[in-house]
Ligand binder design. Sequence first.
Ligand SMILES: [Zn+2]
Length: 404
Amino acid sequence: MSPTRLTKPFFVLGIAATLLALTSASSAAPRKPNSADANTDSSSNTAQEHLAFTQNGHPQTADGRILIEAADGGILLQTNDGQLYQLDRANIHERAKLDEPFKPLAPQILAERLVSEMPAGFRSYNTPHYVIVYDTSRTYAQWTSSLLERLNKAFTNYWQGQGIELHEPEFPLPILLFATHQEYEQAAREDLPGGTGSIIGFYSLRSNRVNMFDLTGTEALRANGARGSLKEINQILSQPAAEPLVATIVHEATHQISFNNGLQQRYADIPLWLCEGMAVYFEAPDLSSTRGWRGIGRVNYPRLEVFHKHLPDWNDNTLEFILRDATLFHNPRTAFDAYADAWALNYYLIKYQTKNYTEYMKMLAEKPPLVDDTPETHLAEFREHFGDLNKLQQDFLKQMSRVK
Ligand SMILES: [Zn+2]
């Protein structure tokens, strides 16, 4: 069964070091719970079509596979670089089946395509999982790729160790690395039309790319020595002042990995308290080792501090309110506390309800794109895995008040 209509997703998961922000594509569409025949194992979907359509007022053509087709004719198209296009029927002018099967681009071809989309001066650097397109120094691109490969391995091993079946990313993971904040700002226009503000890196669900800039050029860190060699870059970014900046990169990269290894599906209705809190759980950077990745599940002290400060605001219904929908994340006045609460909740559930959390993650991994659940469904699914909310909230607050 197809969904009757596709809901509007959030396009960008962006987080700033001090102020947190999420941008949504539009106000929430009325929700229609539907079972969809969305192909949750999209890698087996190789039928390809040629489409002509209008998006943002521009006529375009693209070849790709159809991930979802709604009863009203709206479709979700994926091109071979991994990008998603959500198209209303009225904007689709032509559809034709292609004989050639859909196949993700090889890393080198993707790299060439990305370089050609960028202004002059960009190069690419490929590693087993990443295509890094940069106009920073080559050493900075190498430093970044080493960080990301180590994270990728540790993060994937962690969830596989919990018994979740994951797969290698179907597409090479694109990272855009800008030498200056100004270039980064310019390139972010499509995803963040209101500007990047204090968002220093983001993962775009639409493009599947992480955008970031050379953190060693950040004003607060710049005074601290040369930034040429791998060792110098590591020194600069190991300072305490750099930790929240590097944590942001790790956070965004965690989103990208999750949405490419089968842990979560892009545009699926993954509760934000889970999606964001889990990314925060993993965001503590490890710059001390060149191979491993220590610190997964370490207490996140900046978040703990915010959580403790904000504890007096909790009442009997707070947990239910967090679980119902994403209201707290979307309101700039409550977003900062919402991230801290989300971290605390994920920390508690991963530590004290490990098995239930894993089962809950497995259930979320099956959620198809662009089918939204009601607040009642969110609550029912949570209760199914973790039991009575009042009891859980009491235990959660008791345990978290002891975390020092
Ligand atoms: Zn995030």
